[in-house]
Design a protein around this ligand. Structure first.
Ligand SMILES: [Cu+2]
Length: 95
């Protein structure tokens, strides 16, 4: 009986935690083009730099479309991300 209760509660607890996490962080996702992307190494360099920023949750890129996708929450800001991209010579353009 005890084990049955345990199994019933596990999904409830996980679902609850996930819900709270999404409410507390106002996650923003943005897709943008980086014309200077020329190969997978460029995407990797951008991914490494942006992943180092505090608040950045995920970075993905596609070489053929020269497109990056980022998910972030405070303290990361779009302005800060743009600033970082300019510093490493991969300025973004608005889609
Ligand atoms: Cu490259």
């Amino acid at each position: 009986m005890l084990s049955l209760i345990y199994f019933c509660y596990v999904p409830v607890v996980f679902g609850y935690n996930t819900g709270i996490r999404y409410e507390d962080t106002s996650m923003t996702s943005k897709t943008f083009e980086v014309p200077n992307i020329g190969c997978a190494g460029c995407v990797q360099a951008i991914t490494n730099e942006l992943s180092d920023l505090e608040g950045v949750a995920s970075v993905n890129g596609d070489v053929s479309s020269k497109t990056m996708h980022i998910e972030y929450a405070p303290p990361a800001t779009w302005e800060g991300i743009v600033e970082t991209l300019k510093e490493i010579d991969y300025p973004p353009v608005a889609k």
